[in-house]
Design a binder for this molecule. Structure first.
Ligand code: ADP
Ligand code: ZN
Ligand code: ZN
Length: 725
């Protein structure tokens, strides 16, 4: 179907409603992809002209349409990207608007080019500072940004910053939004690849040169030099004058990546993540859209940026579940990356030492191409992995490090080598209770325990961020000093190490301590400069990092991840421990890994100790197949929530009652979600389990579309869920 010449279909950016039709004024030249301002009621709103083949408000007569108000001077959203947006909206059952907001995710999309005013310290300290102003000055040493950003960073009001500007403590700096980014040099410092690396690189380089869609799974053991290898494909895209996107799972991995990139290509790449100042955001957004940013490294949200001529996407550590977005649009960046390659016609590389079972399966059935690098680069050997049976080699009471592991740590400290202790639990203790009455501290907003963070003297909820100071008295029985910590978190392990090995210099590395690229860079340089003997960290430090002096890895509790028992528990545990183990012995000195467990015979542990990855994957694949689980079948979760518990239950019952009968599909629930309350909302869940041939999205769209919900009820749909909470 095609619309008359002067009629256009517009997706509004801020409204979760379907596309609306408008009249294009005679003197305005615009087509699909153009950003425009249109009227809606009394308001003037931004939107994008869409293709005619999406459903609009056909019913309105052309002569009655309101006119497009203005054409925004901004790069249009290209056809391939519009198709991707259509696909994401369809597949993940969300609105075009919600996806489009991730594309036009900077005010750069709506402002003409030019300059902007930021503020920075002058070095002048006004006399008679209020405590607030003094604290703000301290906090903003070396900072630069808009008034609003500086206020947020210092945790003060805008007025405090404006006062400091007036007093002369800050000065204005004019920032050009569009100053050019430095160009990476394809052949700045080309490494000599070994044979396996060269073979893998050739395939990717060839695919970049040829253009066209293809998906590679770059499967190389930890330390095999995957980065060096895919850099060759990046170099080829640079030679062609095209653009590359590298997706990383955590912003904490950005800093070491930037350093390696600069060593290889002479300059740092452009960066995209949530911590950018708005001027940086704007500049990068523009440079991506006009094609001048050749290489962008970023978090998953970078995936939706309007690249002018993208030729390659690399998803590094592609198995990471943090590529799955859990709020807003619930999409999986790995899968959307592949779809972007498909719609825009370029290769996509999924790099990992422990590929997701789904990705590996795609190689098996011939949809993706597998590239393998089977051994570590240079003289480095894979570490030796041993299990410690905690029932035989037990730590003392209220201790968590077994004698064997402690001895190994001691030896490393003596030899001046480094160690990593891995425990995937932030804070001091996962549970705090009263010794007298047994009261447990629970979050007032969520069905979860408050986690003690001793370094900052707080109890915190890891689901909603609620914090409180540890009370002196038990709120239940009123007794003082009766609170006891139950179980270990990384801070507690750090205490244990400090007590048992007082000479060892330790560092706790988690998302609480490495929350920005700068903090992460500082951590890396401390470890590299050998100012640290023992790192105690969560999954955050188990991947990506390359510390040649690190020769010992201890996994404190290998059973932790297996307990939850969700669909991917075994796979995730295997990946996490294999990645953690992969940090050991990456230099010339051999590495050793101890896995503490109560079940040394568990298939996951046995496969890790035997170094038999294929055995694990094959057994796990068989299990998934017989259960009809992904990639052989699929799930979708429907979460119904309300502040009012009864309302949530009733709405969930209505959804359950309207569930269609479809061959090859089964609906479980409704039942209270495992996390029955989250951020003050009561949650009910239905789980749809279907064979691959079932068109789950269409079915759910029709099913839910026929229902009406009270205002206070929210219905969220999670297609291909990763979290089953
Ligand atoms: P992976 O990401 O596969 O775990 P890395 O890319 O971190 O491995 O590589 C491990 C180490 O080996 C890094 O220090 C890297 O610079 C080095 N390395 C890998 N390949 C080469 C090469 N061809 N020439 C020089 N150094 C290399
Ligand atoms: Zn008590
Ligand atoms: Zn909470």
């Amino acid at each position: 179907m095609s619309l008359p010449n002067n009629r256009v279909r517009v997706v509004l950016l801020t409204q979760a409603i379907g596309p609306l039709d408008y009249r294009l004024p005679d003197d305005m030249v615009a087509g699909p992809g153009n950003v425009v301002m249109v009227p809606l009621g009394p308001r003037k709103l931004p939107g994008v002209i869409w293709d005619d083949d999406v459903f609009g408000d056909e019913a309105i007569d052309s002569s009655k349409l309101r006119a497009v108000l203005e054409l925004v001077e901004c790069p249009p959203v290209a056809l391939g990207l519009r198709r991707l947006i259509n696909w994401v909206a369809d597949y993940y059952l969300t609105s075009h608007a919600a996806v489009l907001r991730m594309v036009l995710s900077s005010s750069a999309a709506f402002t003409a080019t030019g300059t902007i005013i930021e503020y920075r310290r002058t070095g002048f300290e006004p006399a008679r500072l209020t405590p607030q102003r003094a604290a703000a000055l301290d906090a903003l040493e070396g900072a630069q940004g808009l008034v609003r950003e500086l206020a947020a960073e210092a945790g003060v009001s805008d007025a405090v910053i404006r006062g400091l500007i007036k007093a002369g403590a800050f000065e204005a700096v004019t920032i050009s939004v569009d100053s050019p980014l430095p160009e990476p040099l394809a052949d700045f410092d080309t490494p000599k690849l070994n044979d396996a690396q060269q073979l893998a690189a050739n395939s990717m380089v060839e695919a970049v040169r040829a253009g066209g869609f293809d998906t590679f799974v770059l499967d190389g053991v930890t330390g095999s030099g995957k980065t060096e290898t895919y850099f060759e494909a990046v170099a080829e895209a640079i030679r062609l004058g095209k653009q590359v996107l590298v997706l990383l799972p955590e912003i904490a991995l950005t800093a070491p990546f930037l350093a390696r990139f600069e060593a290889r290509f002479g300059v740092e790449p452009a960066v995209w993540h949530s911590n950018l100042r708005s001027t940086q955001r704007r500049r990068v957004w523009r440079a991506v859209a006009d094609g001048s940013a050749k290489v962008l490294v970023g978090a998953r949200s970078a995936l939706f940026l309007p690249f002018a001529n993208l030729r390659l996407i690399i998803v590094d550590e592609a198995h990471e579940t943090s590529f799955k977005q859990e709020d807003g649009v619930r999409y999986h960046a790995r899968d959307v990356a592949v779809m972007r390659g498909h719609f825009e016609g370029f290769p996509v590389v999924l790099a990992s030492a422990t590929p997701a079972l789904e990705s590996r399966h795609m190689v098996t059935i011939g949809r993706y191409k597998g590239l393998e690098i089977p051994s570590r680069f240079g003289a480095a050997k894979m570490p030796e992995i041993k299990a410690i049976d905690l029932t035989l080699d037990a730590p003392d009471a209220q201790h968590w490090i077994a004698p064997t592991l402690l001895k190994a740590l001691e030896e490393r400290v003596e030899r001046g080598e480094q160690s990593l202790l891995f425990l995937n639990r932030r804070g001091y203790a996962p549970l705090t209770l009263c010794r007298t009455c047994g009261h447990r501290f629970q979050c007032p907003n969520c069905t979860s325990w408050m986690v003690e963070h001793r370094l900052v003297r707080r109890l915190a909820c890891h689901h909603c961020g609620h914090v409180m100071p540890p009370p002196e008295q038990c709120p239940e029985c009123g007794e003082s000093d009766t609170l006891v910590a139950c179980g270990p978190g990384v801070e507690r392990i750090s205490d244990e190490v400090n007590r048992l090995l007082p000479n060892a210099r330790t560092i706790v590395a988690t998302s609480d301590t490495l929350w920005s690229p700068e903090k992460a860079a500082e951590f890396v340089s401390r470890v590299e400069n050998k100012a640290v003997d023992i790192i105690i960290g969560t999954q955050l430090v188990t991947k990506g990092y390359h510390f040649p002096e690190l020769t010992l890895v201890g996994v404190i509790d290998a059973d932790l991840g297996l307990e939850g028992g969700d669909l991917r528990a075994a796979e995730r545990t295997f990946q996490q421990i294999a990645q953690a183990a992969g940090r050991a012995g990456r230099g010339e000195k051999p590495g050793e890994v101890f896995i503490q467990t109560r079940n040394p015979n568990h298939p996951v542990i046995a496969a890790l100790v035997a170094g038999d990855r294929d055995a694990f994957y094959d057994a796990e694949t068989e299990q998934r197949k017989s259960a009809g689980a992904p990639p052989f079948g699929r799930f979708a979760a429907i979460i119904i929530s309300s502040e009012d518990e009864r309302e949530a239950i009733e709405a969930a019952r209505a959804v359950g009652g309207a569930a269609p009968q479809v061959d090859g599909m089964h609906v479980y629930g409704p039942a209270p979600a495992p996390l029955a309350m989250l951020r003050g909302r009561h949650r009910q869940r239905l789980l749809v389990h279907a064979q691959r041939s079932v068109e789950v999205q269409n079915i759910i769209r029709e099913w839910l579309g026929s229902l009406q919900f009270p205002r206070g009820v929210r219905v969220g749909i999670d297609v291909d869920p990763y979290s089953f909470l």
